[in-house]
Design a protein around this ligand. Structure first.
Ligand code: GLU
Ligand code: ZN
Length: 289
């Protein structure tokens, strides 16, 4: 029995597009080629951003494309009790913050890789006692070194690259960084294969794993699919939905994007034949960063 557990964790903000298909194919092939399990988790934490019906659409599309997942699909919206417990366990390292984005922009003196570094206005007490609070985690002097299976060696110093980051927002929603760490641990995930847009989130997640004494994971970040204008395919850039009746072609395109060089003979093959080839020939090291 292999101990590999992988996952695909789409946000239901719209139907699957080619970029999300590529992430699904990469995580699926890597799991199956390692005799691992492959789980699906719907990341519907941000209810205001959710598109009605998108989660069902995504699952139907995955089925139509011939993916088969292990166990039940987990919905983050049903997991909030677990996130609350984790936040409680982090109480020695978190503090309430009442700053708005604008206040942070106005008072910050440093840019990190994802925008302004939180300047610590509320570190000792929230600056606006009556306002709703977000919970931030102190990044302290954490310096992370990790090896990504595709991107190679990486390191990040959280305090200067990211700054103290939010675990629970002032509107009451738990942040992705906390939810993903709790869920990956609860589901026993061992291998994360996802888009490189999340590469710089990895150190934040590894930091939370350390504080919560959770196992560390293996990471592989696949290149992001861009459109002709050089923008990441996403709902915001109006990436077209992939269609259920076009599965073989799209699957072959995804494998080609992942540098797996599917042979021409697969062009008239059934989905099952394409999947069998893809898993048998899967080589994650062919993917270049
Ligand atoms: N829900 C995230 C997305 O759709 C993926 C999160 C993850 O794989 O860690 O982009
Ligand atoms: Zn603050």
């Amino acid at each position: 029995m292999s101990s590999y557990v992988g996952r695909f964790a789409p946000s239901p903000t719209g139907p699957l597009h080619f970029g999300s298909l590529v992430a699904a194919v990469a995580s699926y092939c890597d799991a199956r080629a390692n005799q691992g399990q492959w789980l699906v988790r719907i990341e519907d934490l941000d209810k205001p951003r959710e598109v009605k019906g998108a989660a069902q659409d995504i699952l139907h599309c995955l089925e139509a494309y011939g993916f088969s997942w292990d166990g039940e699909v987990i919905y983050q919206s049903k997991q909030t009790a677990h996130y609350a417990i984790a936040l409680q366990q982090l109480q020695a390292w978190v503090y309430p913050c009442t700053c708005t984005r604008k206040e942070i922009a106005d008072s910050s003196t440093r840019q990190g890789i994802e925008g302004f570094i939180y300047p610590g206005n509320c570190l000792h007490h929230p600056i606006k006692p009556q306002a709703p609070v977000a919970w931030r985690v102190k990044t302290q002097d954490f310096v992370d070194h990790f090896h990504d299976n595709i991107q190679g060696a990486l390191h990040q110093q959280l305090a200067t690259d990211i700054g103290d980051f939010v675990l629970k927002r002032a509107d009451g929603l738990f942040a992705y960084q906390l939810a993903v760490v709790v869920d990956d641990a609860m589901q026993g995930v061992t291998h994360v294969v996802r888009g490189a847009d999340l590469l710089y989130s990895t150190s934040r997640q590894r930091y939370l794993q350390l504080l919560l004494q959770l196992p560390t994971l293996n990471y592989a970040h696949i290149p992001i699919v861009m459109n002709a204008d050089g923008e990441k395919l996403s709902k915001q850039t109006l990436a077209p939905a992939i269609l259920a009746n076009d599965a073989s072609t799209q699957l072959l395109n995804a494998l080609a994007f992942l540098k797996q060089t599917p042979p021409d003979s697969l062009h008239n093959a059934t989905l099952a034949t394409i999947w069998a080839w893809a898993i048998a020939h899967w080589d994650i090291h062919k993917i270049t960063a």
